[in-house]
Ligand binder design. Structure first.
Ligand SMILES: [Fe+2]
Ligand SMILES: [Fe+2]
Length: 373
């Protein structure tokens, strides 16, 4: 599973894209070439999202552009990059380990610092922009954009077919939102944690990986460190992102999400996902750089070997991340009686539509995480 040929039919099945994904070498402008690796296409995710890994050179600029169809999120894997968002009146500087969100319909662009950058790009909902726009300029197809005339033609095609608009000599493409529709704005582009906000918005922000929470030991959970990168309340409830860091073998036991599809990107270590599908149990062993997709309503559990760092989240966003935030705030820290355990499980279902499987409901043996002792 996981090859493009097998998954090109529109659907929403579980799949695994081994690192680094499908390479497209693309270029806009003379001598300008970049590598993008496609990790998830719209056809594979039921149009929930598309995801790509970009390898950018030092001091590279994207040019200001507007997406009319997708909100866009960026997780910086390596290097430093500055996002310009002139319609929002801000620039966001981001380093490795930080996540940046920018809603659709307003101009944005980026510029890398003096070192190369590796960047994960999430587009919500999934459209044909990835890989379509990049394939238009794929170097080996001889379609490289190497003159102003070719760029004008390219920009016209991209606007017509992908709803993506570039700026020109007169400046950036115009925002498609009235000022009044921009909602409450985060002045310093900082991710607002739940106690700080009581309104659902869709505004630019940047996460703070220095704020680390704990996932405590639970009946189905091993301890982990948690970094909250995106809550539903700041993405118009379309996206959530959580980073889980294990420094010892760990697992999360069999459960089912009824409201959201779940994604995993393995940053470091090894992460094994077991899914109970209609075709039987499918196991994906995720290594660093791998992408794994697990649609809603498919029971699953996962294990971590010696250690792992995994980016995960749900689409659409909002409820599962609230579940983990509740855990980080102490929910489930005392499950010493049957009553407390039942109350915790009821809270879990009510908060996130997430159901733990009862003993024996998983088809077959649940394989624990390997341990070195
Ligand atoms: Fe963009
Ligand atoms: Fe899950």
């Amino acid at each position: 599973m996981g090859t493009r040929e097998q998954d090109a039919v529109l659907g929403n099945a579980a799949f695994h894209t081994p690192a680094p994904g499908r390479l497209i070498q693309w270029g806009v402008g003379p001598g300008n070439s970049a590598d993008v690796y496609v990790l998830a296409e719209a056809a594979q995710t039921g149009r929930r999202c598309t995801v790509a890994l970009h390898e950018l050179a030092a001091e590279e600029e994207s040019g200001l552009h507007v997406h009319t169809l997708e909100d866009e999120g960026f997780y910086v894997l390596e290097g430093e990059i500055t996002f310009q968002m002139p319609d929002d009146g801000i620039e966001i500087h981001a380093s490795a380990g930080e996540f940046v969100w920018h809603p659709m319909s307003r101009a944005h662009g980026f510029k890398t610092a003096d070192k190369p950058v590796r960047l994960l790009q999430f587009l919500l909902p999934g459209t044909e922009l990835v890989p379509g726009v990049f394939e238009l300029t794929e170097g080996e197809k001889g379609a490289r954009i190497d003159s102003p005339e070719k760029f004008a033609k390219f920009a016209e095609t991209v606007d017509r077919d992908y709803g993506m608009r570039f700026g020109g000599p007169d400046g950036p493409p115009p925002s498609l939102r009235a000022r009044s529709s921009q909602g409450p704005f985060t002045p310093d582009a900082r991710l607002l944690m739940p106690p700080e906000i009581d309104t659902v918005v869709n505004s630019p922000f940047k996460s703070d990986p220095t704020t680390v929470h704990k996932l405590p030991q639970g009946p189905m959970y091993e301890p982990a460190n948690l970094i909250f990168h995106a809550f539903g309340h700041q993405t118009g409830n379309v996206f959530g992102m959580l980073e889980l860091i294990w420094t010892a073998p760990g697992m999360i036991g069999p459960h089912t999400h009824t409201l959201e599809d779940e994604y995993f990107y393995v940053v470091e270590g090894e992460f094994t996902l077991h899914l109970s599908t209609l075709d039987g149990v499918v196991t994906y062993v995720g290594k660093a750089g791998d992408w794994i997709w697990g649609p809603r309503d498919i029971p699953h559990y996962f294990t971590v070997g010696e250690s792992a760092r995994v980016i995960s989240g749900e689409i659409p966003g909002g409820t599962m991340i609230e579940f983990f935030y509740g855990m980080a705030m102490g929910r489930g820290s005392d499950l010493t009686t049957e009553e407390k355990l039942a109350e915790f499980k009821e809270w879990s279902v009510k908060t996130s539509g997430m159901h733990d499987l009862a003993e024996g409901e998983w088809p077959g043996e649940v394989i624990p995480a390997p341990t070195s002792h």
